[in-house]
Design a protein around this ligand. Structure first.
Ligand SMILES: Nc1ncnc2c1ncn2[C@@H]1O[C@H](COP(=O)(O)OP(=O)(O)OP(=O)(O)O)[C@@H](O)[C@H]1O
Length: 253
């Protein structure tokens, strides 16, 4: 598999606090990378710099061999733990919104054939995430799992190559979580995605990922804990995706 994303000598600092130091990573196209690590290790900070929400203090990020644009682009989608959907828009409107913004940046409205096309694309995406029967309801009428399905549809509608997931299932009940594991694995295959997922759930990290990265500090100074940042202390390749039939958690059960 070819390298899609390359991080070289990446540092993230806030003031005199070093959060990440000397992160060197190559992420293969089509991989599903789980990132684990203690609270405050810089997992979300790493996602934010890959997303383009923040610039690293030092170092480079290359996407397909070219420097990553320093802003969020359509090649990267993101789903956070907390629901990021618009409460005043229906499921369909929430999903069409990304296409309308891209097609009409000033008014975020499409008309005629362009609108019909966006509507058809959004409807197909909502069917793919299992919300095909709920196009016209509002987020307040949905369960947490349904809202996360909608957040995934919103992230995928612009056909990103990389999907960044920051604790996407952390707020869900165990049964719903298992359904979402099945869904994300299916979408990963169907859309040929490269996924980078931050999770606190080690079982989830290993059952979904083709690779597990642990971020932590290699060096500690008890008198100045902020002087050293975290880096990838473990990098565990798991089975390649071709060998995967279903999430390992479900196969093991
Ligand atoms: N904008 C910011 N300004 C200053 N410090 C920040 C900023 N963002 C994050 N930090 C600090 O950077 C460190 C890493 O934060 P980050 O959220 O990346 O960790 P994390 O590994 O995702 O943690 P958690 O597992 O608790 O979500 C924390 O100490 C945090 O307080």
């Amino acid at each position: 598999m070819s390298t899609l994303l390359s991080l070289r000598d990446l540092w993230v600092e806030y003031g005199d606090k070093i959060v990440l130091e000397k992160v060197d990573l190559d992420i293969a196209e089509g991989s599903f990378v789980s990132i684990i690590g203690p609270s405050g290790a810089g997992k979300s900070s790493l996602l934010r710099v890959i997303l383009g929400q923040e610039s690293p203090t030092r170092g480079t990020i290359m996407l397909d061999g070219a420097p990553l644009a320093p802003e969020c682009g359509p090649d990267r989608g993101v789903v956070f733990q907390r629901y990021s959907v618009f409460p005043h828009l229906t499921v369909l409107q929430n999903t069409m919104f990304g296409l309308e913004c891209a097609g009409s940046p000033l008014t975020a409205r499409l008309f005629g054939a362009a609108r019909a096309k966006a509507r058809a694309e959004a409807t197909a995406m909502l069917e793919a995430v299992g919300l095909g029967d709920n196009l016209h309801i509002y987020p307040a009428q949905m369960s947490g799992g349904m809202q996360q399905r909608l957040a995934i549809a919103q992230a995928l509608i612009k056909r990103p190559r990389i999907l960044l997931l920051d604790e996407p299932f952390g707020a869900l009940d165990p049964g719903i979580r298992a359904d979402m594991h099945g869904l994300i694995t299916q979408l990963w295959r169907e859309f040929g995605l490269t996924i980078i997922m931050v999770t606190h759930d080690i079982r989830e990290a290993f059952s979904l990922g083709t690779r597990v990265l642990a971020l932590d500090k290699r060096r500690h100074d008890p008198h100045a804990p902020h002087r050293f940042g975290a880096t990838a202390v473990y990098d565990l390749p798991l089975r390649p995706r071709e060998e995967e039939a279903s999430p390992r958690e479900e196969t093991a059960a």
